[in-house]
Write a protein that binds this ligand. Sequence first.
Ligand code: DX5
Ligand code: ZN
Length: 233
Amino acid sequence: MTTTKTLIAPSILSADFGKLRAEIEDVDAGGCDWIHVDVMDGRYVPNLTIGPLVVDAVRKATQKVVDVHLMIVEPERWVEPFLDVGADGITIHQEACVHLHRTLQLIKSKGKRAGVALNPGTPEDTLRYVVGDVDLVLVMSVNPGFGGQKFIQSQLDKVRSIRRMLDGAGNHDCVIQIDGGIVPDNAALVCEAGCDVLVAGSSVFNKPDRKAAIAALHRAGDEGRARRHQSRA
Ligand code: DX5
Ligand code: ZN
């Protein structure tokens, strides 16, 4: 595995867009690892958010990894525009992409992190023929579209199963990311199950002290990872 500690990726979906730059600077200074950007098209998900113009502004506000989560149909049409404005990684939904393998290869061919996301109802078996190629698997622990929803417990098993699949394929560089309803109280559990990167929207941006919120997630996540490594030893 490439990460030695739990990575925290605050989702700007819960930020105050009236002062987006200051919000990003706050979580950046507060010790986050990545900035997670939720792109929604009003078709794949029942919400409409941001495009490359905003990602361009995010890129200019931080040196941290800009992690773009595309919740859109035909994501292949938008890979290059988002990479052109400085995204470090693009995650596409398995359910929204007819040519999944081709689109992952497109992202990788640009030297960027290629991720695939699965909705809560999508089985992990759909990854079988791309599991050796992906750099990131995103397990949705809520139905995509909105921040502030409740964590869906059944996704823990999916995380365990994906971790086994990646190990079986010898893909030790791929990280598992989880997105939706993550709070310090479940961060240890998801990391014990196999997660490396925690997306957190409301549990960071809705807190007055973002530094403390990020630290609590780091701490809980690292505890869970330590338990996983102990049980494997
Ligand atoms: C949901 C988005 C998430 C969302 C997470 O569709 O992909 O990134 O912002 O928000 P919380 O952490 O509040 O569940
Ligand atoms: Zn997301």
